[in-house]
Write a protein that binds this ligand. Structure first.
Ligand code: AMP
Ligand code: MG
Length: 335
């Protein structure tokens, strides 16, 4: 785990240096042109993140956005000792004072939990850990172990108000299901503050677009074929929107011919198996798209339909276990 963290950090530094040299070389000295484009790839939040921004302010925008990603990683990581989430998780049932931003995120995640019947539940973390999905030391736990840990799962036992967060003893939280989505919204804000109008942000599969493509056309966001991930199953055509996919191919391991993946059902403590292997959500906010993609994976097609009719502010593409595609009406999916 430590070795992996060191390797990731070295890779991140190299990529950042390449980006700085490349970026400086392209923009340095001259008055940048409007068709100027900058692209940067970094490793953060345990995933690959790419930002492609257009226009004369692209370089400054990406620099500010990159700083913002690292700031959020330091705030929300479950494994970094100084992070607010780490402090919340190690408070042994005591209230912990945290930033407004962290309380806002926890409250918003809990909101989605209550709207999805607990399909999204940030208190699932001890079980995520026990399967080894934190740190990639995968294992199939004993059922008795899962049953004991399930006793402490329950978003309704998280107290979150006035800059304080208090978990019940034994509970731990993980914002992994929403953090990258939120980070993409913040990246968009940083780019926009720098004057960038057209960009495509991809934080480990959490895609958020700004404006249009430079030629004025809509963006096209590819959706991976969950049964053959080197191929696309199609693409969504969008204006400025968030497109977030949760899939059973993103983080998984196999044991004795059986696949175990990282999205868990908070009711059972086992990998969610509601009949879908890939869920794509399209909506305005990347935070919402991220939260819903995880929740919908746990909920499956029927409950998702009910939520869709109730909320009316998102679109979806589901790929079922047997390869069928189920979509909401107002989505432009090109195969
Ligand atoms: P995502 O890739 O956005 O679907 O988020 C999956 C990540 O969220 C996992 O790697 C876990 O860290 C965490 N997680 C897994 N299952 C759940 C769940 N039901 N509710 C909340 N977080 C979850
Ligand atoms: Mg998610």
């Amino acid at each position: 785990m430590k070795k992996k963290a060191i390797l990731l950090s070295i890779l991140a530094i190299i990529l950042l240096m390449v980006f700085i040299i490349y970026g400086t070389g392209k923009t340095g000295g001259s008055n940048a042109m409007d068709d100027h484009v900058e692209e940067s790839t970094i490793i953060a939040m345990d995933t690959v993140m790419t930002i492609k921004a257009y226009g004369s302010n692209a370089f400054q925008g990406i620099a500010a956005a990159t700083e913002e990603i690292y700031r959020l990683e330091n705030l929300l990581s479950t494994t970094k000792e100084g992070s607010e989430v780490y402090r919340i998780n190690h408070a042994n049932g005591e209230a912990v004072q945290v930033s407004d931003e962290t309380t806002y995120l926890i409250k918003e995640a809990i909101n989605i939990s209550s709207q999805t019947g607990g399909a999204l539940d940030i208190t699932i973390y001890p079980i995520v850990k026990c399967w080894g999905f934190t740190g990639d030391e995968f294992r199939v736990p004993e059922d008795s172990e899962i049953q004991v840990l399930l006793n402490d799962v329950g978003y309704d036992r998280v107290v979150c108000s006035d800059g304080f967060v208090k978990l019940a003893k034994g509970q731990m939280i993980d914002l992994g299901a929403v953090a990258k989505g939120y980070a993409a919204d913040r990246v968009k804000l940083k780019l926009s503050e720098a004057g960038v109008e057209n960009a495509i942000i991809n934080l480990g599969g959490n895609v958020l677009t700004m404006g249009t493509k430079p030629d004025g056309e809509k963006w096209s966001v590819g959706i991976k074929n969950p049964f053959s991930t080197s191929e696309l199953t199609g693409a969504v055509s969008i204006d400025a929107k968030a497109v977030v996919t949760s899939g059973n191919y993103e983080r998984y391991f196999e044991k004795e011919g059986k696949r175990y993946w990282h999205i868990l059902d908070p009711q059972t403590g086992y990998p969610a198996d509601a009949g879908v292997v890939s869920v794509t959500i399209v909506t305005d906010s990347s935070f919402l798209a991220d939260a819903l993609s995880t929740a919908v994976y746990v909920m499956g097609p029927e409950k998702t339909r009910e939520l869709y009719e109730k909320r009316g502010d998102f679109e979806y593409i589901l790929i079922t276990n047997n390869g069928e595609t189920i979509m909401s009406e107002n989505i432009s999916f090109i195969r």
